[in-house]
Write a protein that binds this ligand. Structure first.
Ligand SMILES: Cc1ncc(COP(=O)(O)O)c(C=O)c1O
Length: 334
């Protein structure tokens, strides 16, 4: 198994990019599995012009010892997708249970035996102008992409506070994981990379810390962890909820959800990012100022390992978070 090693040095840039591979051949489209070559979207699709639709990102983790692949809280992701569609005035044609079953089948068909990232999309695929949400047929697709190796970023990332702000809920609700709303994080990410950082931290329009481009943020002062409230234009992350629970279990102290000032990013003792793709990532610096001693935080690294082993069911804790993909009857590589 390959794994990133700890080589953190303050002031040294690290890449924070999850090493996604090429997408798997089989994809699910509406009601059937097709080859990705047959899964095509028209250039006239409404969503391509306007970003009308929503998506999810789900993790599957491979356990080599058990020869088993585990989905991490697929039901929670599909429940969020249902809510996102509801916010957009759309209705998912399938239940969370059905979508979890379809996702497991998709992974089996692709004979996935490595970590993987699953991308469900629900979008306005019909060739229809002008911009609106109603009266256009939506399409549901699920695709998967390998995350080669046992990727984990324990070296940490250097962040800048972006000049781009989160859209307020009254403009584009971030809670709905709207396809078009990711133009903002894309601008912020590129700005950060062009300035020599790994990741961007975005503020709300009125200047409070919201989140990074595709992950939520936590900071620690002495014994207390703090994270922005759901009302500060964040995506209500599923990893965020898991991390809150693990912190409570590990430290006995609940995480405080409250507004965070930009300058608190400079004075906290420890900071981390968390999300489905990257899991838990230590923050080393913000805007050129060291966080704590500038090395990956000890509690962060412990949380990272804890979530990693839970996700691949290498330990007893929270088996209810993981769903096995293989029944054990399948022949490998068939
Ligand atoms: C903007 C944003 N914030 C936070 C997250 C983390 O959410 P989750 O832990 O559910 O993946 C994501 C990833 O989906 C995201 O896109």
């Amino acid at each position: 198994m390959t794994q990133d090693v700890d080589t953190a040095q303050p002031g040294v840039a690290h890449t924070s990019t999850v090493p996604f591979g090429r997408p798997y051949t089989w994809v699910f489209v509406d009601d059937r599995f097709v080859s990705s070559e047959d899964a095509r979207v028209s250039v006239g699709a409404n969503t391509l012009s306007y970003g009308t639709g929503t998506f999810e990102g789900i993790r599957a983790s491979w356990n080599e010892g058990l020869r088993q692949l585990f989905l991490l809280e697929p039901d929670a992701h599909y429940h969020r997708m249902e809510q996102s569609a509801h916010i957009l005035g759309l209705e998912l044609p399938k239940s969370s249970d059905q979508l979890t079953t379809i996702t497991a089948e998709l992974l089996r068909r692709n004979d996935v035996r490595t970590d993987a990232y699953i991308r469900p999309l629900f979008f306005l695929a019909e060739e229809q102008f002008p911009v609106r949400m109603h009266g256009i047929t939506a399409q549901l697709t699920v695709a998967a992409t390998p995350i080669p190796g046992d990727y984990i970023n324990s070296r940490g990332v250097r962040c800048m506070v972006s000049s781009w702000r989160r859209s307020p809920d009254v403009a584009v609700p971030n809670r709905a994981k709207v396809i078009g709303s990711y133009a903002g994080p894309a601008l912020a990410k590129t700005e950060a990379i062009h300035h020599g950082f790994d990741e961007a931290i975005m503020l709300t329009v009125d200047g409070y810390v919201a989140e990074a481009t595709t992950s939520n943020i936590f900071i620690r002062f002495a014994d207390s962890w703090v994270t922005p409230p759901v009302t500060d234009d964040i995506l209500e992350g599923i990893t965020r909820r898991q991390v809150m629970q693990l912190i409570r279990e590990e430290t006995g102290t609940p995480v405080t959800e409250r507004r965070i000032l930009r300058s608190e990013l400079y004075t906290c003792d420890e900071a981390l990012l968390c999300g489905t793709a990257a899991m838990v990532v230590p923050i080393l610096e913000v805007d050129g100022r060291r966080v704590g001693n500038g090395l990956p935080g000890k509690q962060t690294l412990a949380l990272q390992q804890r979530l990693r082993t839970i996700a691949r069911r290498e330990e007893e804790r929270h088996p209810e978070w993981t769903t096995p993909v293989y029944s054990g009857d399948e022949e490998e590589g068939s």
